[in-house]
Design a protein around this ligand. Structure first.
Ligand code: DCP
Ligand code: MG
Length: 452
């Protein structure tokens, strides 16, 4: 019992996609420490840091799938992907209760400032480093007041800075579901058969996320074309769009056999998509039940399908999550947008036309009844839907592992668009996630098990 994890560690498979990795697990103190050193490598972003970050991430993944807490270094004997550096950190925490390296990172003010800046939409490691190391900035106010920062050239960054207060606040699960419903409702007016699925972290069971990833499709191949343009137009005319960028599909059949570009942040895909910031009534998430539920993020909840989805929080409280937008909510949206039409007009033309930072800051700081949230809208044709769903559900690490496994073990190329058999030189169709796993000769994993 004392070293129960030891026996288990020998059974952990080589590839993350062969394991069940839950969101909450028994070794969070250790994986948090490894995430901190991984994050430092991501921020420093030197040549050697990508593989360093990956190594810490893979070590953490191995611990996440253990069902018992690690209590001695013996327990991780035989566990795959634990490098010397990760092992040293784990050992130190097990022996002393803390890691000197993690403490150093926590107390590294320059690094913490860069981390804070990287939480701004549109800011990556190189911008964050420049702001701290070269321009000596420390706060968002510094950024706003810095004359040499001119985000006019980059609208996304201007919105990211101005609406940082909104965007740094994570989106709760209830809000994500409601945003899905709002988008779905608009799509239904265009075509009754369109489907919208919440993917990303929420689909893996997370209660909070930095954005809402919505995968849009149509059961009839080809009928998805043109939908996104119309959808954005409709959302915009309702005053629900703050800022966004539309990307056309760049997919072609030949791409199936080519490897997608591996970036440190993940794999790029070629779907038509809209990446932006939407506006929603603040009260979308502040009904008392919702806020209670959202605050219970770390508490394991039980999901039961009963027509309506009931989410059990604890023994004393059960709230109901309406799967579909109720007339009450629609009313709420209408009302709150009517009321606030004095502080902003829902017509697209009246949005700040430029990305002038001071104008956007004024808008962000004005009295308003809406909050800004990051939303990704992705269009997947029916024939690619199963692969797109796997890809957009993630996690990024799970995807990475799936693709590596497919390549090395099966000589197949996996992307969010499909699977290509390199030996037979032909694509393999799949119509469900289950089928994707089957073709890959892998045990099926629920989204909740893909949290590596
Ligand atoms: N994805 C990917 N590579 C990328 C971007 C995304 O593989 N470069 C996939 C995996 C992610 C999913 O898309 O899980 C959604 O991307 P997010 O960045 O939104 O990640 P999550 O939804 O998992 O996290 P969060 O809860 O912070 O939004
Ligand atoms: Mg997400």
């Amino acid at each position: 019992e004392l070293h129960a994890a030891k026996e288990e560690s020998k059974l952990v498979s080589k590839y993350e996609c062969q394991r069940s990795t839950p969101l909450h697990h028994q070794n969070e103190n250790l994986t948090d420490a490894l995430s901190a050193v991984e994050e430092e490598a991501e921020i420093l972003d030197r040549k050697e840091d990508y593989s360093r970050a990956l190594a810490f991430c893979k070590a953490a993944c191995s611990l996440k799938c253990l069902t018992k807490p690690v209590s001695s270094i013996q327990d991780i004997k035989g566990l795959p992907n634990i490098g010397d550096h990760s092992r040293d950190i784990i050992k130190e925490i097990l022996e002393n209760g803390f890691s000197r390296e993690v403490e150093r990172i926590k107390n590294d003010h320059s690094l913490q400032k860069k981390k804070m800046f990287m939480s701004i939409y549109g800011v990556g490691p190189s911008t964050a480093r420049k702001w701290v190391d070269v321009l000596q900035l420390a706060t968002i106010e510094d950024v706003i007041n810095c004359p040499s920062i001119n985000p006019r050239k980059e609208a996304r960054l201007a919105y990211g800075i101005a609406f940082h207060e909104d965007l740094k606040q994570q989106v709760g699960r209830t809000t994500a579901m409601r945003i899905r419903d709002i988008v779905h409702n608009e799509l239904k007016t265009l075509d009754g058969e369109v489907t919208v699925e919440v993917t990303g972290g929420f689909r893996r069971g997370k209660q909070f996320g930095h954005d809402v990833d919505l995968l849009i499709s149509h059961p009839v191949e080809g009928r998805e074309t043109g939908l996104l343009q119309k959808l954005i137009h409709r959302l915009n005319s309702k005053g629900l769009i703050l800022h966004g960028v539309m990307e056309e599909s760049t997919f072609s059949e030949e791409m199936l056999s080519k490897s997608s570009k591996l970036t440190p942040k993940g794999q790029l895909d070629h779907f038509e998509k809209w990446i932006g910031i939407m506006k929603f009534p603040k009260n979308l998430e502040t009904t008392p039940q919702d806020s209670v539920r959202d605050r219970k993020e770390t508490i394991k909840d039980e999901f039961k399908e009963e027509g309506k989805k009931r989410i059990k929080l604890d023994h004393s409280l059960t709230v109901t999550d309406h799967n579909h937008i109720g007339s009450g909510l629609q009313e709420q949206i209408n009302k709150s947008f009517q009321k606030s039409s004095t502080s902003y007009s829902p017509s697209p033309a009246s949005l700040p036309s430029s990305s002038d930072l001071s104008e956007l800051v004024k808008l962000a700081q004005s009295e308003r009844e809406w909050r800004a949230s990051r939303v990704d809208l992705i269009i997947a044709p029916a024939s690619q839907y199963a692969y797109a769903l796997v890809g957009w559900t993630g996690s990024k690490m799970f995807n990475r592992s799936l693709r590596l496994y497919a390549q090395r073990e099966l000589d197949m190329k996996l992307t969010s668009h499909g699977l290509f058999d390199m030996k037979q030189r032909k694509p393999i169709q799949a119509s469900s996630e289950q089928e994707v796993f089957e073709i890959l000769k892998l045990q099926y994993r629920n989204p909740e098990e893909r949290n590596c």
